[in-house]
Design a protein around this ligand. Structure first.
Ligand SMILES: Nc1ncnc2c1ncn2[C@@H]1O[C@H](COP(=O)(O)OP(=O)(O)OP(=O)(O)O)[C@@H](O)[C@H]1O
Length: 280
């Protein structure tokens, strides 16, 4: 099993209720995208699955275990099986790319190897192969603070693939990339997760990318699941309803409808054609 949530709610420390009545199940190896307007609770849900946050109520299992009933050692081992791709990778700026990639396996390597990897890169070929997937093999010894935001985001994806986790959580993994690169990087992530058999759960701002690369889509709004469907059954009207609070145009990576300007304010929005981006 990838994960299972039953009646899960999350109230943040300031009393804000970010998630409620969440019941979801994903099988091992499943690929699921979560979409929804800003503030819907996508990041909160990913942080719950990554065991960074503890549910305020309900039942949560990740990779077959309730993280909050495990001993400290077992929780550490579970976390080493989960790879999280952050929108802005938490990578110390002065670190070299090769060390940032190796950091993906620190939780899996024995202590001596982890320590050695900080002093001297222990698996240069492995790190280079992970970077090559994202056209960054030549940046292996670059300092991370000399990379662009988009390059750093791809290093963050490469690091998680190098980790070889059983569950990949991706929070807006390609938000800093231009459309062509975003599509290619997401394609690599999908291919790599398919190859390794890891479950992939990603939040995506761009609806067209979600429809193209994921066979199952969860629509989240106001901390609740609005729909949870195979991609082929998600209709354009469901999508427009999900994003109703964000205006009439859907957030797309590659927009083929004209962008609405103030001058168009009274005009009917052009329909967004989504058929071409469904299904892979
Ligand atoms: N640590 C926190 N303390 C209090 N409220 C929080 C905290 N983190 C998130 N929230 C609130 O919870 C709600 C959901 O936030 P979350 O970041 O999960 O949404 P999101 O769907 O990922 O949004 P976005 O697409 O803008 O990143 C928001 O209203 C946010 O302000």
């Amino acid at each position: 099993m990838g994960f299972e949530l039953e009646g899960v709610g999350l109230t943040h420390g300031n009393g804000f209720r970010a998630l409620q009545r969440i019941s979801l199940r994903a099988a091992r190896g499943e690929r699921v995208a979560v979409i929804g307007p800003s503030g819907a609770g996508k990041t909160s849900l990913i942080r719950l699955l990554g065991t960074a946050l503890r549910p305020s109520e309900g039942r949560l299992e990740v990779l077959g275990a309730n993280p909050w009933r495990l001993s400290a050692g077992a929780l550490r081992r579970l976390r080493a099986r989960i790879g999280t791709i952050h929108q802005s990778p938490p990578i110390p700026p002065r670190l070299r790319v090769v060390t940032a990639i190796h950091a993906g396996r620190l939780g899996r390597w024995p202590a001596w190897k982890s320590l050695l990897s900080l002093l001297y890169p222990v698996d240069i070929a492995g790190a280079q192969a992970a970077l090559a997937r994202f056209d960054l093999a030549d940046r292996l010894f670059e300092r991370c603070d000399r990379l662009s935001g988009g390059q750093l985001q791809r290093v963050g994806i490469a690091r998680v693939l190098y980790q070889q986790p059983d569950l990949i959580l991706a929070d807006e993994p390609v938000s800093a990339l231009d459309p062509a690169l975003a599509d290619a990087a997401l394609g690599e992530l999908v291919a790599a997760s398919g190859h390794s058999g890891a479950s992939l759960f990603a939040s995506l701002h761009a609806v067209d990318l979600a429809l193209k690369w994921f066979p199952r889509i969860i629509g989240l709004r106001g901390g609740e699941v609005v729909f949870d469907l195979p991609t082929a059954r998600v209709t354009d009207s469901m999508l427009h309803e999900l994003y109703a609070t964000e205006g009439e145009l859907l957030p797309l990576q590659t927009r083929d409808a004209p962008v609405r300007t103030a001058a168009d304010a009274d005009a009917q929005p052009a329909p967004v054609r989504l058929d071409h981006c469904r299904g892979r």
